[in-house]
Design a protein around this ligand. Structure first.
Ligand code: PMP
Length: 354
């Protein structure tokens, strides 16, 4: 039977995957190790029972957007919500990238930025990060004049390095980038500052966030952006009608009533992150101080892939970044519960001492 070939520009692309192995300790996808509070789940069940399931949901997700806006001290017309921050990124790229436009990434960074940009038909250009995986401010003018990107991505804290960019660097990027700047803040709650405060009607800056990490809601697929009103108006052109289901809208607004619980979990994870970083200092690994809920590290004298597979044998799954460009031999571990972290550290010490 004749088969329609996939678009020429997609033929060499592969989907985005993370190895899913069934093991007792899963520290590979940067989720929260804890479920949301029980009161949240009980109340959500109640509210979901009241949904008029035969009707389409509120198309503009007005209650959710108002709740998110309040949490950031911005207007509801500066917020747009979607099915995970990946969908937010896709929406932005559909609107502002696409065929004939250029998207700039600072590598190594979150692979989906380039991946989604290519799916929209855009050309992806990249600039290398400098020492310690930081964006080199002194090279910005050259990078922007060489590439003239329509869209520039800044991921802070950066996945998979955990590095938080200085406010000075992010301001310099916003001031000198020729097009739209997207600051991906999937992990912002674990960091010391946020670019949300820089969002302003006069700047082509948008900040993206997710409920998948801090809010313990990876299963819900909910993310959002905070940006200028004109941008929120414009992206309406590419959004599917009723893209955000009623249950998710309710879950997202309800979660914000549990901000104190979430903040205390963030403090716990940050404390565990500090403990793992001090444990790393006593092991034969290099690591990069992290502002996220994960840490990138590199065994000094053992093959990264071997360390990863030996850990899997011991029932601990982390992320193998060892063959990714610019990350030779590197591995990334998500902060888990104290028990999971101890098991990881104990197994790692055993593997490294073989
Ligand atoms: N941005 C970054 C930097 C991420 O690491 C992730 C999750 N891996 C996302 C966006 C997507 O998050 P989600 O779609 O679950 O909101």
């Amino acid at each position: 039977m004749p088969r329609l070939p996939i678009r020429d520009d997609l033929q060499k692309m592969q989907g985005y995957h993370s190895a899913q192995v069934t093991v007792p300790v899963r520290l590979n996808t940067n989720e929260s190790p804890y479920p949301p509070p029980a009161e949240f789940t009980t109340e959500l069940g109640r509210r979901i029972a009241d949904i008029a399931w035969n009707r389409y949901p509120d198309r503009t997700a007005s209650a959710l957007r108002a709740a998110i806006a309040r949490s950031h001290g911005v207007g509801a017309d500066q917020v747009f919500a979607g099915n995970g921050s990946n969908e937010i990124l896709q929406t932005l790229l559909l609107a502002y990238a696409g065929a004939g436009r250029k998207v700039l990434t600072f590598e190594p960074t979150y692979q989906l930025h380039a991946h989604i940009a290519r799916i929209t038909g855009a050309e992806v250009v990249s600039a290398p990060r400098g020492n310690d995986f930081r964006i080199d401010q002194s090279k910005l003018a050259e990078v922007f004049s060489t590439h003239s990107p329509d869209v520039t991505f800044v991921c802070s804290p950066n996945n998979p390095t955990g590095v938080v960019e200085d406010e000075k660097t992010v301001r310099a990027i916003i001031d000198s980038a020729p097009g739209l700047v997207i600051v991906d803040e999937a992990y912002a709650q674990f960091a010391s500052w946020s670019a949300v405060d820089l969002v302003d009607e006069s700047r082509a800056l948008v900040v993206t966030r997710t409920y998948s990490k801090t809010w313990s809601m990876a299963a819900a697929r909910l993310g959002y952006l905070v940006g200028p009103k004109w941008l929120v108006d414009e992206i309406d052109a590419v959004v599917l009608p009723y893209h955000l289901d009623a249950a998710k809208q309710i879950a997202g607004a309800l979660a914000l009533e549990f901000t104190n619980d979430m903040n205390s979990r963030v403090r716990e994870i940050v404390a565990s992150r500090d403990q793992i970083e001090s444990a790393f200092s006593a092991l034969p690994v290099d690591f990069w101080p992290s502002g996220a809920n994960f840490i990138l590290f590199r065994p000094r004298s053992m093959d990264g892939r071997k360390v990863w597979s030996d850990l899997v044998e011991k029932g601990v799954l982390i992320r193998d970044c060892s063959s990714w460009p610019g990350l030779t031999n590197c591995l990334r571990v998500t902060i888990g519960t104290p028990e999971e972290n101890n098991l990881f550290l104990k197994s790692l010490a055993e593997v490294l001492s073989q």
